[in-house]
Design a protein around this ligand. Structure first.
Ligand code: G4P
Length: 191
């Protein structure tokens, strides 16, 4: 997505050798019009798939996922990282290890919102090591639902998430694919 690449070039900050800070439009402040166009891109790509639900994980996946749900006119479910007071039992629970933050999290989804009749599109903000996607995939399996595809806003192709997904032959579509950070600059696959 050219517009997203341009925005990353303009506003993204490279931190160290493998982290891109994009908190001015995606991870903290959110650009709703850009999110809406991203939702439309995911819709155009996956529109022939029989999607019944969009699944993401809080917090930064929610904005692009909601816009994708809007385009599909389907509900959006986000996995929670902390149990809420109203979410006690009847949960699907999976482990997610963050290599970036060096923390282990449990994510959970209420059984009410995912079932064997669902055809799910996962949407997330970053694909790095693929642990968030692996946790969501585990939850979809527990629900006996069908995983139709994965939509990613920013993929870092030099980390191992893509390999994990390709091994399972799941359709994946990323709006921006970064192959390297060189001298503090972003290099895209498509350049
Ligand atoms: P993974 O999910 O692909 O395995 O990623 P990893 O463990 O490496 O990263 C964990 C968290 O860091 C995830 O957010 C992921 O979105 C985020 N992340 C990974 N690479 C980058 C990056 O280059 N830039 C930024 N800004 N974030 C990155 P999270 O813990 O779920 O946080 P949030 O959704 O609550 O913001």
């Amino acid at each position: 997505m050219k517009e997203l690449q341009a925005r990353i070039k303009q506003d993204g900050q490279v931190l160290g050798k493998d982290v891109l800070k994009v908190d001015s439009f995606l991870n903290h402040q959110i650009d709703p019009l850009l999110m809406q166009r991203m939702g439309e891109e995911f819709y155009q790509h996956f529109r022939e798939f029989p999607i019944t639900k969009i699944l993401t994980v809080e917090s930064s996946g929610i904005a692009p996922a909601v816009m994708t749900g809007l385009a599909f006119q389907k509900p959006v479910v986000f996995a929670r990282k902390h149990k809420s007071l109203t979410l006690k039992d009847d949960l699907y629970v999976a482990d997610v290890y963050s290599f970036t933050k060096k923390t282990a999290n449990k994510i959970s989804v209420s059984r009410k919102f995912l079932s064997a009749t669902d055809h799910v599109l996962i949407v997330d903000d970053f694909l790095a090591n693929g642990q968030a996607v692996a946790g969501l995939t585990d939850i979809i399996k527990q629900a006996d639902a069908h995983l139709e595809g994965i939509g990613i806003v920013i993929e870092k192709t030099f980390q191992k998430g893509r390999q994990l997904i390709d091994r399972q032959h799941i359709p994946i579509f990323s709006l921006a694919r970064i192959k390297a950070f060189e001298n503090g600059q972003v290099v895209f696959e498509e350049e």
